[in-house]
Ligand binder design. Structure first.
Ligand code: NDP
Length: 400
């Protein structure tokens, strides 16, 4: 059906590439372009003979708009799927605008200098994308991504109004290391060491990092401690879900992870302020990333499952109603299929599904759009078809 370009060749990109190649009627041609071309070539080599998709690879610095524009003009994809890092969102969006190309990502823009993330800069490009009749799909991973789709689906089919959403992100996987992060360590540590925040009665309420703790008994994983964090979909869902009174996001962490993180924080290793070391400027968090296990190397060692979903409370036909929609994903099965563990799998599959809906002209809204603004039904079908089936539980246990 058409040409797409994936930028990045890390864990999430690997899964999305495998899935695009399974969906080869939609993704007839795919360019993989990243900073390190050998990583693109490696993934291409693994897929030779397994797909009809014609894969090409290229080197690109996605911080450089001119380089991106040249590459996009040369290849002429219908859509650029940004699976590099959140730092590259704005430059890739600018290149898409200059080349009349649709855009999709899985994480909102972050500046490397400040550990703060919001949609402001990306939403500010709404009129630019609209005026060129282009779509920019923001946040088509799992969270953000599937959590927004679950919310749109619940709103469309199950509720007249949704008043409370609790997003629960549980990783019951064990990689056997005392401390490692499941995706890019720099992005992960910036996220979890930031202050917590949740939305209530029209405004955001800030908490200390990890201040609010709950326990939940997750299907197929068991009881886990989870902590309230700020997560970017809270910003868009609080705007897009009518009648919402409160949205919270909880993520599970094991005691070993938290103890190591606290210690690293206490000695200054998670700081993003540059320091001078032997005449060279280094950022402690970037140095820490260099000594931690590469998330890609966790794939073959990780056992167990993820369980991620949303608990909704609201009203239907004047009566109170509670509903839980979630997915369970097995780390070992994800690795067997794609060479990446479930955290990458649960992000890469939704990226491919969102991309396929743009490539097939099924999602046609223009401008910068968060996933919950689109029709959730074809996406939900895609989840069942492409490896992330969802479960609906009525009257679930609630989080207090
Ligand atoms: P990785 O660090 O594994 O991969 C990032 C890739 O981007 C690498 O191949 C890297 O190149 C490439 N890259 C980085 N900078 C540039 C640049 N300037 N130009 C070109 N390529 C570049 O990250 P993940 O695969 O784990 O994550 C990818 C994205 O997915 C991130 O934005 C992350 O925040 C997001 N994510 C979203 C989730 C969700 O549920 N919504 C969950 C998990 C992740 P190189 O190989 O040279 O380092």
């Amino acid at each position: 059906m058409g040409k797409a370009m994936i930028i990045g060749a890390g864990g999430v990109a690997r899964v999305a590439i495998y899935k695009c190649c399974q969906n080869d009627e939609v993704f007839t041609d795919l360019m993989i372009a990243s900073r390190t071309k050998s990583k693109c070539d490696e993934i291409k080599k693994e897929l030779i003979g397994k797909t009809k998709t014609k894969i090409t690879t290229a080197q690109v610095d996605a911080d450089n708009v001119d380089e991106l524009v040249n590459l996009i003009n040369e290849y002429k994809p219908k859509l650029v799927i940004n699976l590099a890092l959140p730092y590259q969102d704005l430059s890739i969006m600018r290149a898409c605008l200059k080349t009349n190309t649709h855009y999709l990502d899985t994480a909102n823009y972050e500046s490397p200098e400040t550990a703060h993330f919001e949609y402001k800069e990306q939403w500010a490009m709404d009129e630019d994308f609209k005026s060129k009749n282009l779509t920019a799909v923001l946040g088509s991973g799992f969270d953000p991504g599937v959590t927004g789709i679950f919310s749109a689906y619940a709103m469309k089919h199950e509720f007249d109004e949704i008043n409370y959403i609790d997003i629960l992100d549980c990783n019951g996987g064990d990689h056997g290391y005392p401390f490692a992060t499941n995706f890019n360590p720099e992005i992960n540590i910036r996220e979890v060491s930031a202050k917590g925040r949740y939305f209530e009665n029209g405004k955001f309420i800030e908490t200390e990092p990890m201040e609010i703790k709950r326990e939940y008994d997750f299907d197929k994983v068991g009881k886990k401690d989870m902590y309230l964090l700020y997560h970017e979909e809270l910003e868009s869902l609080s705007k897009n879900i009518k009648g919402i009174k409160r949205i919270r996001f909880f993520m599970t962490f094991g005691q070993s992870y938290l103890t190591h993180l606290k210690c690293l924080e206490n000695v200054g290793m998670t700081s993003i302020e540059p320091i001078e070391y032997e005449g060279k400027e280094i950022v402690p968090l970037q140095f820490l990333k260099a000594v931690l296990p590469d998330p890609a190397s966790l794939g073959p060692r990780t056992k167990g499952k993820t369980n991620i979903g949303c608990i909704f409370r609201g009203k239907k036909d004047g009566k109170d109603k509670n509903l839980y929609i979630y997915n369970i994903c097995d780390h070992e099965e994800a690795y067997k299929e794609t060479g990446a563990q479930a955290v990458s799998y649960t992000t890469g599959v939704p990226a491919m599904i969102g991309a396929s809906l743009i490539m097939s002209d099924i999602w046609t809204l223009k401008g910068t759009r968060n996933v919950e603004e689109f029709d959730p039904d074809p996406f939900m079908e895609g989840l069942n078809k492409w490896g992330l089936p969802y479960i609906i539980e009525r009257n679930p246990k609630l989080v207090d």
